[in-house]
Design a binder for this molecule. Structure first.
Ligand code: SF4
Ligand code: SF4
Length: 176
C-alpha cells in the first residue's frame, strides 16, 4: 500500500486499498526487496521476517504485517512500512488518484480480481495441499506439478485456465 493513500487522504481511498490488499497478500508479488532507506533491524523488530539471498534482503508474501478482518485490509506497520510499499501504486490506484478511474469502477475491478483469486484458491485446495505462507503464483505452480496430474487432470486444466485469466486481469488492471 502506497504513500499516496496518506497524501490524498486515507478516508477517500481506504475503500480501494482497504478492500483489496493484493499487493500485500501474495497475489501480485511473491517477495518484497528492501531498498536504500529501509532499516532492516527496525523492520525485523516490527515483525517482518527478513531473509537474505546474494546480499539482497527481502521478505516473502503474504506479508506478516498484512491483516484482513471483516473484509477490510490493513498494514500493522503502516507508518514504518518499507520503501517499496510506500512507492507502489497499482494501475487502479494511479487511475483514481489521477481522476481517470472512478472509485466505484476501481472497486469493481478489485471485486472481479478477488473473485478470480477465490476461484484459483478453491481449485488449488481441490488439487493439493500447498504452503499458505507462499505467494499465489508459487502455490499454483506447486498444484500444477506433474505428480498431481494423473488423477485430477480436469481440475488441473481448470486451474491452468483460471490462473491464466487471473494473470491477464492483473496485468491489464493492476501491474505497472
Ligand atoms: S493492489 Fe492497488 S488497490 Fe490493491 S492494495 Fe495495492 S495499491 Fe491498493
Ligand atoms: S509492510 Fe505493510 S504495506 Fe508492505 S507488504 Fe507488508 S502489509 Fe503491505
Amino acid at each position: 500500500m502506497s504513500d499516496a493513500i496518506a497524501d490524498q487522504g486515507l478516508r477517500r481511498l481506504e475503500g480501494i486499498c482497504g478492500s483489496c490488499g493484493m499487493c500485500c497478500d501474495g497475489v501480485l508479488f511473491h517477495a518484497v526487496e528492501l531498498q536504500p532507506g529501509d532499516h532492516p533491524r527496525q523492520l525485523s523488530a516490527l515483525g517482518l521476517k527478513l531473509r537474505r539471498k546474494k546480499g539482497v534482503e527481502f521478505f516473502l508474501q503474504p506479508c506478516s504485517a498484512h491483516r484482513q478482518e471483516s473484509g477490510l485490509c490493513s498494514c500493522t506497520i503502516y507508518a514504518e512500512r518499507p520503501m517499496r510499499c510506500r512507492g507502489f501504486d497499482c494501475r487502479q490506484l494511479r487511475g483514481v488518484l489521477a481522476g481517470e478511474i472512478s472509485e466505484e469502477d476501481a472497486l469493481g475491478k478489485i471485486r472481479e480480481a478477488r473473485e478470480k483469486v477465490a476461484e484459483v484458491n478453491g481449485l488449488i485446495d481441490q488439487i493439493a495441499e500447498t504452503n499458505p505462507n507462499r505467494g499465489l503464483a508459487h502455490r499454483v505452480a506447486n498444484a500444477l506439478t506433474p505428480s498431481h496430474g494423473e488423477v485430477k487432470s480436469a481440475k488441473l486444466l481448470e486451474l491452468e485456465v483460471a490462473s491464466q485469466e487471473l494473470e491477464t486481469m492483473l496485468l491489464n488492471n493492476f501491474r505497472v
